[in-house]
Design a protein around this ligand. Structure first.
Ligand SMILES: NC(=O)c1ccc[n+]([C@@H]2O[C@H](COP(=O)([O-])OP(=O)(O)OC[C@H]3O[C@@H](n4cnc5c(N)ncnc54)[C@H](O)[C@@H]3O)[C@@H](O)[C@H]2O)c1
Length: 255
């Protein structure tokens, strides 16, 4: 048996990852902020892959919620093999970096930076516990950041700063977990078609067809799911701490 926790796994990129891992035989723990009644259809869609699926409702920025997410996984499955840190938010309002206020800054940092770090701290202890019981226990940590971790946007600098901090979090966990034989990867998606990008969809589809994205399309949750499944199943060996950017070539320097 193998178990994967996907934070923010009930829609968008997280759901694409959940489907790809279910296809590879992982039982799922899907975290999200909505009540379970609001994600019933999604959970049934995932159960159709034939794996066990539980929903761990909780806000990763709250300590008691993080604890209840991990407690539920321990009670139901008794183990955790893969942690996918995917939950994230866009800024509530896009404000110029000279104007952004502390409330909006804290909103971003509390969820994306602090929430992800402390969620990881708790969950990786389960990965380590599995490895300590059995050296052949499969374990892996995957962090979904963004090309915004290294691409400046002056009207959402707090998002870029939060994601950039997760890059160093990722390499730090890579060093820490290497002694237990647990690889850590970072995924920096480019522009992916989800609810988060609905407001900028027309703009990015135009940029894609103009060639700003060399592969000439926005990415899909399935693109990210395929990559994460390869990482989780050990298809990218001897690469702990590495980052891969599924961005259709958008990040390539060109003249
Ligand atoms: N869509 C893109 O173009 C794109 C590009 C690069 C990176 N990303 C990153 O990928 C991840 C998924 O993005 P998406 O486009 O699927 O967005 P989305 O808004 O569709 O999904 C985000 C998920 O995270 C959950 N979430 C938000 N706050 C949470 C919290 N406090 N606790 C627990 N869950 C929470 C939401 O409920 C939702 O299920 C995010 O981290 C995002 O920053 C997205």
């Amino acid at each position: 048996m193998k178990v994967a926790l996907i934070t923010g796994g009930s829609r968008g990129i997280g759901l694409g990852i959940a489907k790809a891992l279910a296809e590879k035989g992982y039982n799922l723990a899907i975290n999200g902020v909505r009540d379970e009644s609001g994600v019933k259809e999604v959970l049934n869609e995932l159960k159709a892959y034939g794996q066990d699926v539980i929903y761990c409702q909780g806000d990763i920025s709250k300590a008691e919620d993080r604890e209840s997410i991990v407690r539920k996984i321990k009670e139901h499955y008794g183990q955790l093999n893969v942690l996918v840190n995917n939950a994230g938010v866009a800024p509530k309002v896009r404000k110029d970096m000279l104007e952004i206020d502390e409330e909006n800054f804290d909103y971003m940092m509390n969820i994306v930076q602090k929430g992800t770090f402390f969620m990881s701290q708790l969950a990786v202890k389960e990965l380590i516990a599995g490895k300590e019981k059995d050296p052949n226990f499969e374990a892996c940590m995957i962090n979904i950041t963004s090309i915004s971790a290294r691409t400046a946007s002056t009207n959402r600098v707090e998002y870029c700063m939060a994601k950039a901090s997760l890059s160093i979090m990722s390499t730090s966990f890579a060093v820490k977990l290497a002694e237990f034989g647990i690889p850590v990867y970072e995924v920096q998606p480019g522009v992916i078609s989800t609810d988060m990008t609905t407001v900028v969809k027309d703009k990015y589809e135009k940029l894609a067809s103009d060639g700003i994205i060399p592969e000439r399309r926005m990415g899909t949750p399935e693109d990210i799911g395929t990559l994460v499944a390869a990482m989780a199943t050990g298809q990218i060996p001897y690469c702990t701490g590495q980052m891969i950017a599924p961005d259709g070539g958008m990040g390539i320097w060109r003249l």
